[in-house]
Design a protein around this ligand. Structure first.
Ligand code: NAD
Length: 360
């Protein structure tokens, strides 16, 4: 275990870290619960190989914190949590492996609710559901978050274009889309409907062909998409695309996409800000999927999910305005706004007892 694990826990203000080891199935799992001030912790279950326990724990802490901030700014009665499973080379029986993980989730009595993340799928959620009710995204609930994530990103792009380019619509706005998977493809469709001009990069040739035929998109190589001269660069593939090198190449006015952890390092927000590029913080713009999962858990209907997702644009406009008036990077402002909710005076609008109980 890492020497400075407790330092990392303290720095991230993580509330709880739970550990489960089941030699029969080779399950080695961590559940990090960051903050439950607003409600039970919610967040996906990641199952990927890790080189050691320390990096798995670090990932769990960082991701759980991100979920707290995301839920807070989406005004949901949930806290942030994440499960990290150190995926073995070979899972002998995947059903039993995830059932055991479900027992681990059940043992926390509803303090953590799990869902799909990298390396897990709907079948895994079904297996977890055999052991606990604290799971969303099974075949039975049919909760696919990607279309709602795409809708939230569309609203975020519209808000950013309105703020930065003073344009009330996306007609002829040039958008460079990096990654057209579950979210990116749905977003491309929405953007095309709004009259945007699309340049698209992906490593999946079939997806590119679809975009060419359906949206009349220009195809760009994955190495060139981030440096394309355009209005909006929209990272919807892997995280960490905004690093010191790629920031030098950017020729866009706005960065707004679905990918998690777009900034390789939080300090890079200053570079974007100083270059005059408006950045829509990832954990706000990509909250549509979480809104769907969370409201589904509360028994709310599709109309309410959509209404709440549409508010992502308003939240981002507040961030942009505050960034402008305080002359600070958007990611810094977004973090401060989340921390005001998580650690500031109690906000009764969010924290009501009845909603908290329903959330579990
Ligand atoms: P996905 O795996 O379906 O799609 C990712 C796409 O990126 C794929 O088409 C892949 O081929 C492409 N890609 C990979 N490497 C690339 C490269 N070098 N250049 C260009 N394209 C590349 O994932 P997704 O569910 O669409 O999620 C996309 C991003 O949004 C991820 O970062 C994810 O964490 C984040 N996110 C997704 C959701 C959701 O509801 N699915 C919610 C919040 C955040």
């Amino acid at each position: 275990m890492s020497d400075n694990m407790f330092d990392k826990i303290e720095q991230a203000r993580l509330n709880e870290l739970h550990i489960k080891c089941d030699p029969d199935t080779q399950l080695k799992a961590f559940i990090a619960i960051h903050n439950t001030r607003l409600g039970p912790a919610i967040g996906g279950c990641r199952c990927i190989p890790y080189s050691d326990e320390a990096s798995a724990i670090e990932d769990a802490i960082r991701l759980a914190k991100g979920m707290s901030y995301k839920a807070a700014l989406a005004q949901l009665p949930y806290g942030g949590g994440k499960a990290v499973l150190m995926c073995p080379q070979h899972i002998v029986d995947r059903q039993i492996y995830f059932e055991r993980f479900g027992e681990f989730v059940a043992s926390l009595g509803g303090r953590y609710i799990t869902s799909v993340d990298c390396g897990t799928g709907i079948d895994d959620m079904d297996a977890i559901a055999r052991a606990t009710d604290f799971v969303v995204g099974t075949h039975q609930d049919g909760c696919d978050p990607s279309p709602m994530t795409a809708l939230g990103v569309l609203k975020g792009i519209e808000a950013a274009v309105n703020f930065k380019l003073n344009k009330a619509n996306l007609n002829d706005v040039h958008i460079a889309l990096q990654g057209v998977g579950h979210v990116g493809m749905a977003l491309a469709e929405l953007l095309a409907q709004k009259g945007a001009r699309l340049s698209i990069a992906d490593i999946n040739q079939q997806a590119l062909k679809t975009c060419q035929t359906r949206f009349d998109a220009d195809i760009v190589s994955p190495d060139e998409i981030a440096s394309l001269e355009c209005d909006v660069f929209s990272p919807c593939g892997l995280g960490g695309t905004l690093n010191k090198n790629s920031l030098k190449q950017l020729h866009c006015k706005i960065v707004a996409g679905s990918a998690n952890n777009q900034l390789a390092d939080e300090s890079l927000g200053h570079i974007l800000h100083n270059k005059g590029i408006l950045y829509a913080p990832d954990f706000i713009i990509n909250a549509g999927g979480l809104i769907q999962v969370a409201l589904y858990k509360l028994g709310r209907n599709a109309v309410e999910v959509k209404q709440k997702t549409l508010t992502i644009g308003h939240t981002l406009t507040k961030v942009f305005a505050r960034s402008y008036s305080e002359n600070k990077p958007c990611n810094e402002i977004a973090n401060a706004m989340a921390e005001e909710i998580l650690y500031g005076p109690v906000n009764n609008e969010i924290l009501d007892e009845k909603t908290y109980r329903q959330a579990i």
